[in-house]
Ligand binder design. Structure first.
Ligand code: SAM
Ligand code: SF4
Length: 456
């Protein structure tokens, strides 16, 4: 049957476009979808509206992403009328909410395929049903199987690798455990094999992905713990830079902290989402750590590696958050001096405990707090960037700069974005850059120029 599908795709020279919403996890899922489509003979379309298949990879963590998706799918009605043979598929977390797939299918009758987060391995069969049999496909029942060996289309020297799927934490604001299922770790041997193979294709930087990477291995008998996995990857693959996200503060162990500064490839950066500076709100969020514990973790990390970059996530306007609670969030920012932070206004999500909590804040209150938090975070981002002035940093060059086509952009081990004049031949290479100017989030400088100060 697949030969019929492949022949159809080849005969018609079919192309695809993927639109991805949400986190790195979704970005990597879309790489896998591209891998599957390429293997079937599709090619990437130059433009969304030229594509024969438009695939939306959705996110439901915040209401905003859901609203954008509905707007963007709705806008394709005319496209479908003009190009009736084209396929529109909607996939991912959002479709995994109870009844969501059926609702979307009813609201947008021109959508051909709807499927849930863990059903990518059925894509080939779904495409057969739609393209060859002319059927509409709806497949969104929960599925927690781990499928190894799916192709993924990656580009560049930096790659994502999943180590654990799902989440068992049930933070009271978060929909993820309901749509991504229970924690399931991949076998360490499969992970190491994948990284080894990536090293052979020119990848030198890996980001290990999971909703809570610290839980890695707890569901596997006799396999490695997360710190053991980090050491194992460092020891048995040729990887130069190793990162991970996301680490939950309640599970950040001494053993993991000890990896910093002792495991050579582990980069001097940790993304450690705190969410709030108020212990009262952290308890209501079911985060299971206090402000004091979080501060202690940051000082232990800095004691091991003074130059470590600490980045975080914040939610403002959680139900019941008072001005005094919010002031504690601001004071935490002053105390920790984060290198960067993703900040969000609390978004009420169906199924979660916080959705039915009294004392929901108004949109205006949440926006006002978000603006105040962003202004303060930016002060510390600028201070963090200013520390690099006059230093030389090691940059893994990722791409042509989006701001200036005569420049390249890349990141330091501490995840700072660096922009410097250069040509495309240097993409994927490590370059020493002397920093002579900084602008908020970005460092600017010249490759090969060493102002004489040993840098990071
Ligand atoms: N698993 C990671 C962790 O525990 O930190 C984060 C996963 S979540 C997809 C990414 C971020 O989205 C969270 O850290 C949180 O700040 C934010 N987030 C999750 N649910 C939210 C909600 N209901 N409203 C606003 N922000 C939310
Ligand atoms: Fe959501 Fe909490 Fe799980 Fe992160 S740890 S995915 S915030 S429930």
């Amino acid at each position: 049957m697949n030969e019929d599908l492949r022949a159809h795709i080849a005969r018609n020279g079919l192309t695809y476009h993927i639109e991805t919403y949400g986190c790195q996890m979704n970005a990597h899922e879309s790489e896998k979808a591209s891998g599957v489509l390429d293997a079937l003979g599709f090619s990437a379309a130059g433009e969304k509206r030229e594509a024969d298949l438009i695939l939306f990879n959705t996110c439901c963590v915040r209401e905003h992403a859901e609203a954008r998706l509905s707007g963007n799918v709705g806008a394709l009605k005319e496209y479908k009328l003009a190009k009736p043979g084209a396929l529109i598929a909607v996939w991912g977390c959002m479709m995994q909410q109870p009844g969501a797939a059926a609702r979307l299918a009813a609201r947008f009758p021109f959508v051909d395929i709807v499927f849930g987060t863990n059903q990518l391995h059925h894509l080939e069969n779904m495409l057969y049903a739609a393209l060859i049999d002319g059927k509409r496909v709806l497949m969104a029942e929960p599925d927690e199987t781990i499928i190894e060996g799916m192709p993924a289309k990656r580009s560049g020297a930096s790659a994502f690798v999943n180590i654990i799927y799902g989440c068992n934490n049930y933070c009271t604001y978060c929909i993820v455990p309901y749509v991504r299922g229970r924690e399931r770790s991949r076998k360490s041997s499969d992970i190491i094999k994948e990284i080894d193979a990536l090293c052979g294709t020119g990848v030198t930087e890996i980001t290990l992905l999971g909703q809570n990477v610290n839980s890695y291995g707890k569901d596997l008998e006799g396999d490695m713990s997360f710190p053991e996995l980090i050491r194992g990857i460092d020891r048995s693959t040729g990887i130069k830079r190793l990162r991970f996200m996301t680490s939950h503060p309640k599970d950040l162990t001494e053993e993991l902290i000890a990896c910093y500064g002792s495991v050579k490839s582990l980069c001097e950066h940790i993304h450690l989402p705190v969410q709030s500076g108020s212990s009262r709100i952290l308890a209501a969020m079911n985060r299971r750590y206090t402000r004091g514990h979080y501060l202690e973790l940051v000082s232990k990390l800095r004691a091991r590696v003074p130059e470590i970059a600490v980045t975080t996530d914040f939610i403002v306007g959680f139900p019941g958050e008072t001005e005094a609670d919010f002031e504690e969030t601001l004071s935490l920012v002053r105390e920790v001096r984060f290198d960067a932070a993703y900040t969000f206004a609390y978004s009420k999500r169906a199924l979660t405990r916080a959705a039915s909590m009294p004392e929901q804040l108004s949109r205006a209150e949440k926006s006002e707090r978000l603006m105040r938090l962003n202004a303060l975070v930016l002060d510390y981002v600028k201070q963090s960037s200013a520390r690099y002035l006059g230093k030389t940093v090691e940059v893994l060059t990722e791409d042509i700069s989006r701001m200036n086509s005569a420049e390249l952009s890349g990141r330091t081990r501490t995840v700072k974005m660096v922009s410097f004049p250069g040509t495309a031949e240097d993409i994927g290479k490590y370059v020493r850059v002397g920093i002579d100017r900084v602008s908020n989030h970005t460092l600017h400088g010249k490759a090969g120029i060493d102002p004489g100060v040993k840098g990071l």
